[in-house]
Ligand binder design. Structure first.
Ligand code: EPZ
Length: 439
């Protein structure tokens, strides 16, 4: 069923208070759910966020013969049959991360037919690194009528030394796909220029719990010793660091004391460092992070890069904070150079932002004013919510189905912190090909 064209109405300019718990990480759960394809044994995945993208991934797995049941935030999964190894366009077009079934399918079944992911509003998103890595393991791949058709040679995949670096450095999902394939390949594999994101580490640790032999995850060089088969697993995914960053920035922009619970501060070092540079105090105790009202933020220069540097997925939210900072900030987007969809909408709220050549220059203003704005992708819409919380007057954000892809019931949880935010149900259905399938 297509999502509705709901919108949010926010009355901003209020302080927030209280605590908010972080959900499980969407970008960890998506590739981890796909490992259920790599064993005949039952798997159980806990702390899975209740998001539309997760539902789409589960539907993709169901079409591939994986039986799934939900119990709260736990997904139980088990391969029931292997007749179909095609992940259809109908589903993959809704969520690019559907491509991360490619490696697990190929590794376990020796063949995979996966729709090529479509376009994306956050920028150019090729899959050459995915294909390069799998071909290095011996896969025979052709692109045919919009589908990636891959099969293993006689004798199966073979371990190899693979350089997985691209124009913008490492790739998270390419690393995930190649890692899964290498786990069941014969012999040893080295993945050089692997992505170091915490979500990649979570995937590797989950695979190791299934009997894989992976070392070096979290570093640019991952080593894998292939194994013949994997057992089932009972795994709980890590907390969502981007959701945590979003809430911390909501606390900072409203000059509020809010506590974000259940998060991993060690996954947020770059974000915490930028907040510190902007004069925003954040107290860290165990798995909680609390913003301390620190007055008007100072301007700052941020460059997004692969982990452990500043995450591109927190860029738009940080830009919202910079709009009311003292002085002129810059954001240089080195992962998705065109990812500045929120800028034009924030300018409608009185922000002063100029974007050119992958960089946004943000001249801080005293205050933002509420306005009608439109969400274009997941993180841009989170940034507009944050701007709306700070803005004077009413902000109306349309197309919030984008935000439902990555944030669970965000308006209800923000209301618990004292925000005045309402969801207005849309009568129309969202466009079938949710452009901005940034996932
Ligand atoms: C993951 O996407 C995340 N999605 C994205 O989060 C995140 O923005 C991105 O990593 C970067 O951190 C999930 O994990 C589901 P990439 P992914 O491949 O793996 C280029 C969100 O908001 N590239 O690491 O698809 C690519 O164009 C989403 O939750 C190639 O050149 O991103 C980009 O410039 C949005 N060739 C850079 O690498 C390839 O084959 C990084 O992209 C693959 C990627």
């Amino acid at each position: 069923m297509l999502p509705r064209m709901d919108s949010f109405v926010i009355h901003g300019g209020r302080k927030l208070s209280g605590s908010i718990a972080v959900s499980g990480a969407k970008n960890s759960a998506l590739p981890i759910l796909a490992v259920s394809l790599m064993t005949d044994a039952p798997c159980s995945f806990g702390n899975v966020p209740l998001l539309r993208d997760i539902q789409t991934q589960v539907k993709i797995l169901n079409t591939l013969g994986v039986e799934t049941t939900w119990q709260g935030r736990t997904v139980r999964a088990r391969v029931k049959d292997t007749y179909n190894s095609t992940a259809p366009y109908e589903l993959v077009k809704q969520m690019r991360a559907g491509v991360c079934v490619l490696g697990p399918l190929l590794a376990r079944r020796g063949e995979a037919v996966v729709s090529m992911p479509g376009g994306c509003v956050i920028g150019e998103r090729p899959i050459d690194l995915h294909l390069r890595g799998l071909e290095a393991l011996g896969a025979v791949i052709e692109l045919d009528h919009g589908y990636i058709k891959a099969r293993t040679p006689a004798g199966g995949l073979r371990g190899a030394e693979i350089y997985l670096g691209g124009k913008f450095g490492s790739s998270v999902l390419a690393t995930a796909n190649v890692l899964c394939a290498a786990v069941l390949a014969k012999g040893a594999t080295v993945i050089e220029c692997a992505a170091c994101e915490p979500e990649v580490v979570d995937l590797a640790e989950c695979l190791n719990a299934m009997g894989a032999k992976i070392t070096g995850a979290g570093s640019p060089r991952i080593r894998v010793q292939g194994v013949r088969r994997l057992k089932g697993v009972d795994w709980s995914v890590i907390p969502d660091r981007i959701e945590a960053a979003t809430f911390l920035i909501a606390g900072a922009i409203t000059n509020s004391a809010i506590t974000v619970t259940g998060c991993r501060g060690d996954h947020l070092m770059a974000v915490l460092d930028v907040l510190r540079q902007m004069g925003i105090k954040v107290e860290r105790k165990g798995t909680t992070l609390t913003t301390v009202p620190s007055g008007r933020p100072k301007a700052c220069e941020v460059v997004t890069l692969p982990h452990p540097a500043f995450p591109t997925d927190a860029q738009a939210q940080m830009m919202a904070l910079m709009t009311i900072a003292e002085g002129t900030s810059t954001i240089t987007e080195r992962v998705f150079p065109e990812r500045f969809m929120a800028a034009a909408e924030m300018k409608r709220m009185g922000a002063r932002i100029s974007v050119a050549n992958g960089q946004a220059v943000v001249q801080g203003v005293d205050k933002l004013s509420g306005a009608e704005v439109m969400a274009s992708d997941l993180r841009a819409s989170a940034a507009l919510v944050i701007a709306g919380l700070a803005a004077e007057g009413e902000t109306r954000i349309s197309r919030v189905y984008h935000i439902d892809r990555g944030y669970e019931r965000i308006e209800e949880r923000l209301r618990k912190l004292g925000a005045r935010i309402q969801r207005i149900a849309g009568s129309d259905a969202a466009p079938a090909t949710a452009s901005g399938t940034a996932g």
